[in-house]
Ligand binder design. Sequence first.
Ligand code: CTP
Length: 409
Amino acid sequence: MGRGRRLMHGHCERMDVPMKKQHIVLGVTGSIAVYKVADLTSRLVKAGYVVDVVMSKAAQEFVQPLTFQALTHRPVVTEMFTLHSEMAVEHIALAERADVLLIAPATANIIAKLRHGFADDMLSCTALATRAPIIIAPAMNDRMYENPVTQENIRVLQERGITFVGPGEGYLACGTMGRGRLTDVLDIYDAVKMVLGRRGDLAGRKIVVTAGGTEEPVDPVRCITNRSSGKMGYALAEAARDRGAEVHLITGPGSLRTPYGVRLTAVRTAREMLAAVEAATRDCDVLFMAAAVSDYRVAEAAQEKIKKSAGAPTLELVRNPDILASLTGDFVKVGFAAESQNLLANARAKLTSKGLSIIVANDITRAGSGFGTDTNEATLLFADGRQEDLPLMTKARLAHIILDRTADL
Ligand code: CTP
């Protein structure tokens, strides 16, 4: 293992949902963005988290507590001292129960209260009493956000270890454009998974993942590429992030959402990918090479658009570097082989010739295993001769199994 360190043993096979029910306390404060947080709440509940919602008075002006109660199937906390509530008996019960405290949307007011340690309602009280990590997703008018007071409050809270996600930039409910809108709820969802996984079995590990197909220019308009969607590489990057790893994702062109909390380098050609991977692997523990790299490029791409009136062009192709084969270093290499015939023989040959520890082989002619799908049916081949046939499963689940096996090495 890189720099004399060993990956700790992985857990049993993971899904994209938490193994043990983890507890999220979701603080909701007064911003119109609260309607977006209803969607976030639904996602968190569907993923298997237990969500206890605490609403400020102002939040209740925008949305009724019933909305969150219906989504979470749990009582919503609106008052600090409600006699029929179990929270009244022990008003810091929520603080103790939380695995993470998420405040979304967070107004300038709650941010200011947290910075100064106020505890005048259930949410600020919970924030003050909890030992769980805190995530804040701000939403406010751009001038309130940019005000030096708010900026200073945020900086101080960040220094205390609180994670801020967003705000985003764009159209604000007050009719202006600027920074202050609640960030994409998918990023908030990812931030929760990342923060909960911080002490996971890959904590402290540096992992480089490549994804997608490369693009080789023919002229300023056309290119040679392939059908890789990048989904497998992105799934690996997210799974590694959620187990505590520091992840650098190097990706070819594509339309997938940049995963929150992952360093992303976008490249086009195989040679650009080689340069990026070379630099990133100087200091990493594992390289997962899920990208579909173009083996050939056009010897000399045309400077101007090729016109059809000039007749059918002949393209002279030259070999691209083999990134996996050319890289050596004190890190584990995991490759991928998408084949349409002789799957195992071809994959095993690549495992040996490229000096890999594991190769993930899949037959692209099988249903559910082709490019662009969300599922894959793979066989893992190991350098020591072992073989593991896996059933059809989501790429997210497969990513966790690949990480488990890599961690076991
Ligand atoms: N790979 C690479 N650089 C290349 C081609 C492939 O690093 N120029 C990596 C891929 O990212 C993958 C593994 O090598 O992890 C196998 O890729 P694949 O395209 O299946 O293999 P090739 O070596 O290109 O062999 P062939 O095209 O003959 O199947």
